[in-house]
Design a protein around this ligand. Sequence first.
Ligand SMILES: [Zn+2]
Length: 202
Amino acid sequence: MTLEEIVTAVQTALGVQADGKAGPETWSAIYKAIVAPTQDDTLAAPEITGVDARSEKNILTLQPEVRSLARALVQKAARAGIEIKIISGLRSYEEQDALYAQGRTAPGDIVTNARGGYSNHNFGIAFDIGVFEGNTYLADSPKYKAVGVLGMDLGLEWGGSWKTIVDQPHFQLRPVWASDLNEKEMLALLRDRVAGGKPVYA
Ligand SMILES: [Zn+2]
């Protein structure tokens, strides 16, 4: 399947005009098709039932403020016919250092440029999703963009909208105190907060 065919298939499944082009208009049409019928729903309300076990396990590693949003994203995607799972949540500084070593001082390919304390994942404010079809994980799918739109609608930042390192599976909830800060400044203050035993969001 070419990318165009996949996009057309997604468009058809979502009931939007199927032209196979993944431009801004397509995503806006997908956005309207998915979000408009559900935007009155109270997504963070208790009727959001449980999600799959793998997602829930990762969600529970996140800051409490992020958990209901992560669950809502899984549910919202499911309602749009897109199966996603939360496949990564909190990583300790040690786990981040081990990832950083990969492809540098340890075998494997380089997977991150962030050492321990330099990734939003180290503070429980970020999570990564995987798109699935049945039990098959899709590393690449136009559906990531559709989910990105849904996440942004929930108030999450989406890694797919970043200009430098585009990271479509990545979502994060920026603390209000960091709204005017760049990533570097935010991470420095997050490290200070954790070192000082202060809450991340308060
Ligand atoms: Zn991530």
